[in-house]
Design a protein around this ligand. Structure first.
Ligand SMILES: NC(=O)c1ccc[n+]([C@@H]2O[C@H](COP(=O)([O-])OP(=O)(O)OC[C@H]3O[C@@H](n4cnc5c(N)ncnc54)[C@H](O)[C@@H]3O)[C@@H](O)[C@H]2O)c1
Length: 253
C-alpha cells in the first residue's frame, strides 16, 4: 500500500532541490502532485520527471510572496484535484551574506518576504481549505538556522526562526480540526541553492562546512524528502508541532 495514494500534495518551490525530491518521493507514494514555483523556463523539465512517475501532476506559476498568487494556486489545486491534503511550504532563498550593520532594507525585505511572509501566506490559504475538509497536513521547511544563530545571515536566520513559531502556533490552533503542522530543519544539503556558495571551487570552505556535520558529509535532497513523507502520511498521525532535524547531527553539538 502506497503511503499517499489519492492524496493531493501541494509543494512550493518544487522545481528544484529539496522540493523536487519531495515531489518525486510523493509521486512514488501515489500522490497527485501540484508544484507552485516562481520559475519557468528550463526548470519546467522537472515536471516531465515527475509526470513519468505520476501523470496527475500540475504546474502553477506562483510567487509565494504575493498573497493573490498563493490564493489562486490553492484554488486551482482544489479545482483540479478536489482537495488539498498535504502542503510542503518549501520555497526559499538564501540572501546576501552580510553582517546586520551592512544589510540594506531591500535585501532584508527580499528574504523576509519570501522565506517568512511567503510561508505565512501559504499556510493561511492552505488552512482555510483544510478547515473546510476537516483534514490536512502541513510541513514547513526551516533550517538549522531556525534554531541557532548564523553569522552574516540575519534575514535568513530570522525568517527560519519565525517558521518554527508559525508551525508551533498553527499546530496548537488546528490540533482538534484534523490538521497536523510540523517543520523540518535541514542541515547543509547539496542543492542548487548551495551551488551559489561555489563550494566545489572552495575546498577549504566546503571542508569547514562539512566539518560542522558530525556525520562528516553534506545531506541530500532525498534524505529530506524521506522525512517529509513520514510527516505527510499517517505514520506520523500523533505528531504535530514538532521540528524534525535532518542535519547529520549538526544541532546535537
Ligand atoms: N540547501 C540547503 O542547504 C538548505 C538547508 C536548510 C534549509 N533549506 C531550505 O530548503 C528550501 C529549499 O531549498 P533548496 O536548497 O532546495 O533550494 P533551491 O534553490 O534548489 O530550490 C528553491 C526553489 O524555490 C523556488 N522559489 C524561490 N523563490 C520563490 C518564490 N518567491 N515563490 C515561489 N518559488 C520560489 C525556486 O524557483 C526553486 O525552484 C528553502 O526554504 C531553503 O531555505 C535549504
Amino acid at each position: 500500500m502506497k503511503k499517499l495514494e489519492n492524496k493531493t500534495v501541494f509543494i512550493t518551490g518544487g522545481l528544484s532541490g529539496i522540493g523536487k525530491a519531495a515531489a518525486i518521493e510523493a509521486a512514488k507514494e501515489g500522490a497527485n502532485i501540484v508544484i507552485a514555483d516562481r520559475e519557468r523556463g528550463d526548470n519546467i523539465k522537472a515536471m516531465d520527471e515527475i509526470k513519468v512517475i505520476q501523470p496527475k501532476a500540475l504546474f502553477i506559476q506562483c510567487n509565494v510572496s504575493i498573497p493573490e498568487e498563493v490564493k489562486n494556486s490553492v484554488d486551482e489545486t482544489v479545482k483540479t484535484f478536489g482537495s488539498l491534503d498535504v502542503a510542503l511550504n518549501n520555497a526559499g532563498i538564501g540572501g546576501k551574506a552580510e553582517r546586520i550593520s551592512d544589510i540594506e532594507d531591500r535585501d532584508w525585505l527580499s528574504v523576509i518576504n519570501i522565506d517568512l511572509n511567503g510561508v505565512f501566506y501559504c499556510m493561511r490559504q492552505e488552512l482555510i481549505q483544510m478547515l473546510k475538509q476537516k483534514s490536512g497536513v502541513i510541513v514547513n521547511i526551516s533550517s538549522i538556522s531556525g534554531k541557532i544563530g548564523y553569522a552574516k545571515s540575519a534575514h535568513y536566520t530570522a525568517a527560519k526562526h519565525g517558521i518554527l513559531g508559525l508551525t508551533k502556533t498553527a499546530a496548537l490552533e488546528y490540533a482538534t480540526d484534523g490538521i497536523r503542522v510540523n517543520v523540518i530543519c535541514p542541515g547543509f544539503i547539496e542543492t542548487p541553492l548551495l551551488t551559489k556558495l561555489d563550494l566545489n571551487n572552495n575546498p577549504e570552505r566546503k571542508k569547514a562546512i562539512v566539518d560542522k556535520h558530525p556525520i562528516n558529509r553534506l545531506g541530500t535532497s532525498e534524505e529530506i524528502a524521506k522525512g517529509f513523507i513520514f510527516l505527510a502520511c499517517d505514520d506520523s498521525s500523533y505528531v504535530t508541532g514538532t521540528a524534525l532535524d535532518i542535519d547529520g547531527g549538526y544541532l546535537a553539538q
